[in-house]
Design a binder for this molecule. Structure first.
Ligand SMILES: [Zn+2]
Length: 256
């Protein structure tokens, strides 16, 4: 039985730890301390580190965690500089974590960064800063067209896929999503549900891709209401998916 625990770090990061009773793998250890504390508290031996992209809040703790836990494989995108990486992964590669009996397919999802990857397997998706609950990552290194292609790839995974992103941004993302689609009943219901979770101090993650398809404007570039809102905001008619997506992303960047 695999547990998946969000270890909080910084102001709003989740460092996801996959574990059974003996072993653990961690996704994006931006800080080693909370992960080391979690491993020690539960008597877990680290078996692998998986990194999605090179930002410091995702990889800043890799080397110190290795110093604490001993050498383990460090998987990371081939196209980016990942500290202490031992296995450079590309689209179509498989990551096997023996100690936990887990397998993940590597998906290249550029946009937030140029070499960003996601890990998908066992109905789970670890997507770093590409897809957020009701939102998506900023375009720091890639183009709107790249990010649209990356999000299309994630949107096409099975609806029941549970995804684990790296930040708790859900409530502010929902506020923006409601500005785009004020009449989306599934989105209104999600706001009530997720607000309740946050009020009880619970994470809003994981979410399912089914939820995102119904409520996340950044996966809904082909919905008439989203196209109309993006066009209105941009002041010109938009049709191409990357144009609708790009207008939404620019709108969100300035949204308060
Ligand atoms: Zn990032």
């Amino acid at each position: 039985m695999i547990g998946i625990t969000p270890v909080p770090a910084f102001s709003d990061n989740y460092l996801w730890v996959l574990h059974d009773d003996h072993h653990a793998a961690v996704i994006d250890p931006g800080d080693h301390r909370p992960v080391a504390d979690f491993l020690a508290a539960h008597g877990l031996q680290l078996a692998a580190i998986l990194c999605t992209h090179h930002h410091a809040d995702h990889v800043g703790g890799v080397e110190a965690l290795l110093a604490f836990a001993g050498p383990v494989p460090v998987f990371g995108p081939a196209a980016e500089a990942i500290p202490a990486r031992t296995v450079a992964v590309r689209e179509g590669d498989q990551v096997h974590i023996d100690a936990l009996g887990l397998d993940f397919a590597v998906l290249e999802v550029p946009g937030h960064t140029a070499g960003h990857v996601a890990y998908w397997g066992q109905g789970l998706l670890f997507c770093g800063d590409t897809l957020f609950a009701c939102g998506c990552g900023r375009l720091f290194e890639g183009t709107a067209a790249q990010m649209t292609a990356s999000l299309s790839k994630l949107r096409a995974l099975p609806a029941a896929t549970r995804f684990y992103c790296a930040h708790e941004y859900t409530l502010s993302n929902i506020r923006f999503a409601l500005a785009v689609e004020p009449d989306n009943a599934a989105l209104q219901a999600r706001q009530v549900r997720e607000s309740g979770r946050r009020a009880r101090g619970l994470p809003t993650l994981p979410a399912t891709l089914a939820d995102e398809r119904d409520t996340n404007p950044f996966l809904r570039w082909d919905q008439p209401a989203v196209i109309a809102a993006a066009s209105r905001h941009a002041g010109r008619p938009l049709t191409a998916p990357h144009a609708v997506f790009g207008a939404l992303r620019a709108w969100k960047d300035d949204f308060r």
